[in-house]
Design a protein around this ligand. Structure first.
Ligand code: PNS
Length: 168
C-alpha cells in the first residue's frame, strides 16, 4: 500500500519553508497531499483559489505532490484520502505547544492516523507566512523567503508592484 501523508495548513501564502517540508517529506512518503483548510470564518490575505494556484505552481516540480483543500475534521479528511499520516513542520519552540495539542487531539479522534513532524531546515526556522506578510506590507525585503511568484503576488496584494502602480 502506498504511504500517503496529508500536509495540511493555511498556506496564506506558501513559503520556502513549506516547500522544504514537502521536498523532504517526499523522501519518506510515496505521495503527499498538500491540503488547504477551507475555513470561511477566518480571514485570509489570499482566497482559497489563489492559495491553491500558488501551491500548484510552486510544487509542480514534485510529481508526487497533490494540491487539494478540505473542510471539517482533518482526521476524517485523511481517512477519506486513505492517508496514514499527517505531516507538519516544526519550527522554533513556539510551535511546539500548539502542534503537540493538535497532534494529541487528532490521535484521540483517530488512532489510525499518525502525526509526523519534520524539523524545519535551519534557514527557515523563523520564516512564517504571517511575518512575511507583515514585512511586505511595510515594504520589507523578503527575497529568498518565498518563491518569486509568491513574492510578486504579495507585492500586488499590497499594491507595491511596479505593474500595479498608476503612471501620471
Ligand atoms: O497552517 P495552520 O493554520 O497552522 O494549519 C492549521 C490546520 C489547518 C492544520 C488545523 O487548523 C486543522 O487541521 N484544522 C481542521 C480542523 C481539525 O481537524 N482540527 C484538529 C482538531 S484540534
Amino acid at each position: 500500500m502506498p504511504k500517503v501523508a496529508i500536509y495540511p495548513g493555511s498556506f496564506d501564502p506558501v513559503t520556502n519553508g513549506h516547500i522544504d517540508i514537502v521536498e523532504r517529506g517526499l523522501k519518506l512518503f510515496d505521495k503527499i497531499i498538500v491540503s488547504i483548510l477551507y475555513n470561511p470564518k477566518k480571514e485570509y490575505l489570499f482566497s482559497l483559489e489563489e492559495r491553491m494556484e500558488m501551491l500548484k505552481d510552486c510544487l509542480k516540480k514534485f510529481k508526487n505532490a497533490e494540491i487539494d483543500s478540505f473542510d471539517g475534521l482533518l482526521v476524517d479528511y485523511a481517512a477519506s484520502r486513505k492517508a496514514q499520516a499527517i505531516l507538519r513542520g516544526l519550527r522554533a519552540m513556539s510551535d511546539f505547544e500548539y502542534e503537540f495539542q493538535m497532534a494529541l487531539m487528532n490521535r484521540r479522534l483517530n488512532r489510525e492516523v499518525q502525526t509526523v513532524f519534520l524539523m524545519t531546515g535551519l534557514r527557515w526556522i523563523f520564516t512564517s507566512s504571517s511575518i512575511i506578510k507583515e514585512a511586505v506590507q511595510f515594504g520589507g525585503n523578503i527575497d529568498g523567503m518565498v518563491p518569486a511568484l509568491v513574492q510578486k503576488k504579495l507585492k500586488q496584494k499590497f499594491a507595491l508592484a511596479p505593474e500595479s502602480q498608476q503612471s501620471g
